[in-house]
Design a protein around this ligand. Sequence first.
Ligand code: PMP
Length: 423
Amino acid sequence: ERGDVILFGAGPSAVATDVLTTAAAALLNYQQTGLGVAEHSHRSALAADIVNNMKADLADFLEIPSTYDILIMQGGGSGQFDATVYNSVLVWVENQRRKIVQANADISEEELIRQLKQKVQSDLRLDYLVTGSWSLKANQEAVRLLGPSHVNVATDSRKINDGKFGKIADESTWNLSDKPAMIYLCENETVDGVEWPKFPKSLESRASDDETLVVGDFSSTILSRRIPFDKFSVVYFGAQKNLGIPGITVVVIKKSLLATLSQAKPELARKAGLPVPPTILDYAVTAKNNSLYNTLSIFDVFVAGQVLKKLLATFPDKVRGQEAVSAKKAALLYDVLDSYPEIYKVVPDKSVRSRMNLCFRVTKGGNVDEAEKAFIKGATERGLLGLKGHRSVGGIRVSNYNVIDEAGAQKLATFLKDFATSA
Ligand code: PMP
């Protein structure tokens, strides 16, 4: 039975039962039309309503400034590893083109391309703050698309932590490029349990001139804390953790960048030897078509809309309310873990502990493998599921997403205590 288990898996997360009940009914017969929400045309007025309402509620809950647009895309966070590269390169090329043409209005296309190619060689850099497995993946994808000479790792947490993720190096040690096309960070590293405690000082106002895109991957923390949107050019997140079910990816992007992108000339980038975005990953095309360039899964948008309606009804002070609850649940669990240092060892440094993904080892009895097996077995017997750490790092991972209420976190806390104190 649904009520007998609590899912602490890293994603997909569980979805509240009342949301799923509404969604199941809508899948069969939406608003007495005799057709389900996934059967109606994505170009119908009814679909447009679902998309527009979801966007409005998202903007309301997160207090997204009106200078930002909301795009709904597909291809997941992984698709955004590519989209962020393609689109920031396009913005960069357009900015370079404007500068070259400003200096010489009568320039021939041939000469323009020659100068652009030179600029690409000397100046095109994308900076990555590598703080865990997901920012590393994004970084590797950029290298795949552009080659290593255009990609700069401004910091790599493994260098200060014995080759493992779990800390964030002091900003004074970072090696940021002067005017990179993009600076990329992952707000919450789902695999490693590392979360940025606050927005980094050295990135303040880097997004302000629209020459550098400051990009944030918020896939595993979205709707659980406030976002300083004005410091970002692009914020993106998959739906499958705090927003809904797998299938859609949301991109919040500065409108001024969309204006630049809509004037950018992909063929110019191609002639300068750079990769051009596939149409489906082009932010300007997506925006121009109100996220309906191709067939969007309106059902996934509907589910996200229901999650947002529920959040708005639960928290009068919107994301602040959820932020307080998330912090409280995380504190409860870390407190228990910290009270049994011979039994549990939290993996990341205290300064960067994630409120959403709590990663720890079970050291009870000295044999970690056996202790963790016993821990998972005991948890499963109590209906506490999805606690196995990511296959790349092992250990235990508690994903404390929004759908877990305080009573759910309390159940896990009780198990943590019981396991620690049992023979
Ligand atoms: N970024 C983060 C922080 C993630 O947690 C994940 C998936 N767990 C991804 C990106 C990749 O997302 P997707 O599986 O939707 O491609």
